[in-house]
Design a protein around this ligand. Structure first.
Ligand code: FE2
Length: 292
């Protein structure tokens, strides 16, 4: 099979075709997708109806899988596989859950700009989000390219932030939304991690501005000054000229590289069902996992 890619935004994002993602992925197809990911950072595949098992198998072809915040066991799980995240407002009976349901609060946190699992080590590499059911309007997912964001920084800002480290914490985005109902055990289950603000994207060797809502402090700075710098940088990285908005259709599968992009869901009418499923690979090299 032949992977074809059509660019959808001046800076990044491609619509990919020519591959049936429901079938086992051979090495050459995997390499072609990895190479396209290194260039485009986000790949949109249309008309790929995947079962939950097919989606997990597809993701496994690209690395070991992440279970993210599922380890906090905040809510019962509808998925057939622990490796799938239920990005939906759907209850046990397939209905749209009520406005005060826990699940909605958690999914609303996805509407803040972030890189999946940047609050843990290893973080996420690829997220693969499949659309099952989408609302009639709203609910887009937006992306920005952190390589383009870095390139566009003024030189003095580049110099200022070189060498700085940001603290990323899993529940910061939840706390910001007033969702503070966590036990001490849950709060401590995912201790903060530190990432340099300026990193190099391994696939393209380009520098990135690694910000996002999980970043809550700058190491060695006061909370106030650090948080303002992070807010300024996030505002810079998410200017409209950097944003690609994906309008979902059922059976879309979108893959993005969390090492060089941020994303957010957009608001929608929560009385309608929005049902997506995500599988996520961990950012580790196969060599790191081989038995010693
Ligand atoms: Fe996300």
């Amino acid at each position: 099979m032949m992977l074809n890619v059509k660019k959808l935004h001046p800076l990044f994002v491609g619509e990919a075709s020519g591959v049936d993602l429901g079938r086992p992925i051979d090495a050459s197809t995997r390499d072609a997708i990895n190479n396209a990911m290194d260039e485009y950072a986000v790949l949109v595949f249309r008309n790929q109806p995947l079962s939950q098992t097919q989606q997990v198998e597809l993701a496994k072809a690209f690395g070991p899988l992440d279970i993210g915040l599922k380890r906090l066991k905040k809510q019962p799980d509808r998925m057939e596989h622990a490796e799938l995240a239920d990005i939906s407002n759907v209850g046990e009976k397939g209905e749209a859950v009520g406005r005060d349901h826990r699940k909605l609060v958690s999914n609303i946190a996805n509407q803040l700009w972030h890189s999946d699992s940047s609050f843990q080590k290893p973080p996420a590499r690829y997220s693969m989000l499949a659309a099952v059911q989408v609302p009639t309007k709203g609910g887009d997912t937006e992306y920005v390219d952190l390589r383009a964001a870095y390139d566009a920084l003024p030189d003095d800002t580049k110099a200022e932030i070189e060498g700085l480290e940001a603290e990323h914490y899993a529940l910061h985005s939840r706390f910001m939304l007033g969702d503070t109902d966590y036990t001490e055990e849950q709060k401590n289950a995912l201790p903060p991690v530190y990432w340099p603000l300026v990193r190099t994207h391994p696939g393209s060797k380009r520098k990135i501005l690694f910000v996002g809502i999980h970043a809550r402090a700058i190491k060695g700075w006061t909370s106030a000054e650090g948080r303002m710098l992070l807010m300024d940088l996030l505002e810079h990285a998410t200017q409209p000229k950097f944003v690609y908005a994906h309008k979902w259709q059922p059976d879309d599968l979108v893959i993005w590289d969390n090492r060089c992009t941020l994303h957010r869901g957009r608001r929608f009418d929560v009385s309608q069902v929005r049902e997506l499923r995500r599988a996520t690979t961990l950012d580790v090299e196969e060599a790191d996992l081989a038995p010693a």
